[in-house]
Write a protein that binds this ligand. Sequence first.
Ligand SMILES: [Zn+2]
Ligand SMILES: [Zn+2]
Length: 373
Amino acid sequence: MPRRPSRNLMRALILFLSLLAPLLTSCGEEEDSRVWLKGDLHLHSDHSHDARDNPLSALVPLAESLGMDYFVITDHDNHVNGKLTTWDDPHYRSDAMVLLYGVEWTTGRGHANFFGAERFEHERLYALRESSGEQVAEEAARQSLHFSINHPIGKDLWEYGFDHHFDSIEIWNALFLAPNRNRDAIALWESLVMEQGRRIPIRGGSDCHHQEGGEAEIFNIGNPTTWVYARDRSGEAVLNALGRGNASISYAPTAERLELWADADGDGKYELLMGDTIESVPESLAFDLRVEGTHPGDSYRVLIIKDGETLLEETVRAVQPRLTLTFRDSPNGRTFYRAELRAEPPLRHLQTTLPEAYGDMIALTNPIYVGYP
Ligand SMILES: [Zn+2]
Ligand SMILES: [Zn+2]
C-alpha cells in the first residue's frame, strides 16, 4: 500500500501551489481570461406567426434552466412587415443570460440572421429584400451587425450567392440528420472555404418554433448549441468570438464540447484556437483536441478532417470527463483542419421520441486555418 500523505502535508502543498499560482502566471505568457459561453442562435417566439405556441414568457425561463449563457430570438421579419415587435416584449429580459438582438431576414430568395449587441435599424435591411447580397452585406456592416446565412441548402436555400461578405453560416440547423441537409451544408461550406480561400465561421441554430406538438417532442432550445470562447460575458464579446470562428457546436447544451488548438511555432504552447489562422505555412503543426464533458466508459469516434478529407479517425474510450488527443501534421500550403466527435445513437441528454434523427453527430469545430489571410 502506498503511504498516504498526511492531511497537514496535503494542506501545506495546496497552500504552496495556490501561492505559487499567481507567480507562475505573471512569469509566463499573458493569461487567457476568455470564457466558454453557450447559447442557441436561431429561435422563434410567438412574435413569429408560425410559432404562436412558443411564448417568450416561457422561452426565456426555459433557456435559463438549460444553463444558457447567451440568448437571442430570431423571429421572421416578413410576418410583421419588417417592423419587429420581439425586442419590445417585456418578457425579453434576463438577469442570467446575455441577450442579443436578432432577427431572421426571411425572403423568397433565402433566410439569414442578423445579430447585434444593441438594437438596430432592421427596417433598412428589410427594404433590401430585392437587392444584391453585396448591398445587404454593406448595410449590415454599416450597422456593425453580424450577418449569418441560415440553412443554405434545403427548402429555403440561399439564392443571393456566396461571393458577397457574410460573417458566418449555419451548417447545423435543428436535427443533424433528418429531415435536414446539414451534411450537404457542411460540404457546401467546405467547398466555399477551399475555392474562395477565405475563412468562413460556422454556427448552429435549433430553429425551434414550438413548445407543443410533434416538433417539441423531438427537439427544443439548444439542439444544437453553439459554444463561443468570448473575452467576457457581453453581447459584443459573444459576436466577436462567433465572427472569429472561436466556436464549436454540440447537439445539446449538456453534451460534450470540443476545442481544437494548435502549436505552430513548436514552443509547446497551443496558441491557435479553432477559427484562428496562421498566414505563413509552417513545416508541421502539433494539434491538441480537447473533449470536455465525456462520460467515462463511453466510446467515441474522433475524426480530424483536413481540407474536407478525413485525415485521422480513431475510436477512443473515455476514462475521465476530459479527453485530450494530440497529433501532428504537415500542411500542404493553404490547409484547414477541423474535428468531429461522433457516437452511436441514441445520444445522451435528449428528451426526444426520435433519436435517430440526430444521427451520430455529437459535436464539431470550426477549423484552424493555415496559409489563409
Ligand atoms: Zn429560415
Ligand atoms: Zn428560422
